[in-house]
Design a protein. Structure first.
Length: 460
């Protein structure tokens, strides 16, 4: 039942503007990206679309019965190949129809009556063959049935999609294009990410789907007032404890209304027996001592590229620097008029970088885990396949001047031929990698280009 999902309890005004933008793209047959900081509620926002009938009705009215939202958490298949991803999408489609079928009074409000039985039958028949091609044919039949025969608009919600980035191939987006071309304007995908897709993968990877996705980015603000008010009241209800308004205001001032930070801070305060300490002027110090709060702050920190970290670490640099990263930080709401909008995070940065601020960190390859790390932070999950190959090759050849042809052969060795790999493709790859490993990409410490000679990697 829908009521078993926590998102179904949220007020209808929750994330109103962002949901309206997502649905605008879906109505036009376009796909979109939902981009936000860790902990601001990307998963929750997608859950509102899937499980909150009041929110669907508020935005879609009676037309909500012609829309069906399919939640797909890609963290569940983060190490699986594309063939398994297609099977996962198909399975979630069938499961979502089953869930909607068992809702009370749902059949009278859903135009897809009888859809579950048909899709479940197609899925079982296709999966029984254990053949990748047959399974995808089955998925196409399912989309035909739902979008063409039943005239439903199917919206796939790809949650935590950044965790699947290392496994992506052009085939993934080519398959999405095939499905979209069959359903036309009744097919849409929402990619939930911590950064825009264009920054995370090579453009050639999603070239087949680019026209349906280009520039359709919805940035998720840090604060969702209706949703946050509900979470606070719900927290008081389940703990059977009352928070005074002064305490709530102090916490919101420190967290900027960031969903996860606010919740963790208030949970910590409710759990402590030392109320005077938790509600005094030492509240910031108290919260920064809590492991759960620090973990959430660190999660935000490592989601940023070194250039952005440097910018946030220095007020002077914020005033002096002007680069694309500042625009991104403003779009996600972390920076406003050169001021960090989460004071608790600003103090965390000061503590974290008190001794090491601005210094380049060592980059290394861990053979046991097959990970590339910067200091103690794992870089691998944020690197595309080509970026990983390039950086691994450079780590294997430190301080050596490497010619461009040698790099192309190492990075694109799995291709049938490297003749089509241009200097521009390599330059773009180097540019993207610099943004992920350099404190200041315009003055690189690790990845240096010697004009007319080649590339040199240094860990000094």
């Amino acid at each position: 039942m829908e009521a078993t999902h926590f998102e179904s309890l949220y007020p209808a005004q929750s994330r109103f503007d962002e949901i309206e933008k997502i649905l605008k793209f879906a109505r036009e047959g376009k796909s979109s990206q939902l981009v936000g900081l860790p902990g601001v509620g990307r998963s929750n926002t997608l859950g509102l679309l899937s499980y909150n009938k009041n929110i669907r009705k508020k935005h879609l009215g009676e037309n909500q019965k012609w829309f069906h939202f399919v939640s797909c958490d890609f963290s569940e298949i983060r190490k699986k190949p594309v063939s398994d991803a297609m099977k996962f999408i198909f399975l979630r489609l069938a499961d979502s129809l089953r869930e909607r079928k068992i809702l009370k009074n749902a059949e009278s409000e859903f135009a897809g009556e009888g859809s579950f039985e048909q899709i479940d039958k197609i899925f079982k028949e296709s999966a029984a063959t254990n053949d990748e091609m047959v399974l995808f044919q089955g998925l196409k039949r399912a989309i035909d049935f739902l979008c063409i025969e039943k005239e439903l608009t199917i919206v796939f919600l790809f949650d935590r999609f950044e965790e699947y980035i290392p496994m992506l191939t052009p085939e993934f987006f080519a398959n999405l294009r095939v499905l979209r071309n069959r359903a036309k304007y009744r097919f849409s995908v929402v990619f939930s990410l911590n950064r825009p897709l264009e920054e995370l993968i090579e453009p050639i990877l999603f070239a087949d789907f680019y026209e349906f996705l280009a520039d359709n980015i919805v940035y998720l603000p840090i604060l969702d007032k209706p949703g946050l008010d509900f979470r606070i009241s719900y927290l008081e209800k389940v703990t059977m404890k009352q928070l005074n308004n002064e305490t709530i205001e102090q916490v919101l001032l420190l967290t900027g209304g960031h969903g996860k930070l606010t919740r963790l801070s208030l949970e910590t305060i409710l759990a402590t027996s030392d109320w005077p300490l938790a509600t005094s002027e030492k509240l910031q110090e108290f919260l920064l001592e809590q492991k759960s709060v620090k973990a959430s702050l660190y999660e935000i920190w490592i989601s940023l590229i070194p250039e952005e970290q440097l910018l946030l670490a220095s007020r002077e640099k914020r005033l002096a620097f002007s680069f694309s990263g500042s625009s991104y930080l403003e779009k996600i709401g972390l920076l406003k008029n050169e001021v960090i909008t989460i004071p608790l995070f600003e103090e965390f940065i000061s503590t974290l970088l008190r001794q090491d601020s601005g210094r380049a960190q060592q980059i290394s390859f861990d053979q046991n885990t097959n990970e590339i790390k910067m200091g103690e932070t794992a870089l691998s999950d944020s690197l595309t396949s080509s970026e990983f190959k390039l950086l691994k090759f450079l780590l294997d050849n430190p301080d050596k001047l490497i010619e461009r042809e040698e790099i192309i052969k190492a990075v694109w060795k799995d291709e049938k031929t490297t003749e089509g790999v241009t200097d521009q493709a390599l330059d773009q790859l180097i540019f993207r990698l610099r943004k992920k490993i350099e404190v200041d990409p315009n003055n690189p410490v690790h990845l240096q280009t010697l004009k007319g000679k080649g590339i040199r990697f240094s860990n000094r």
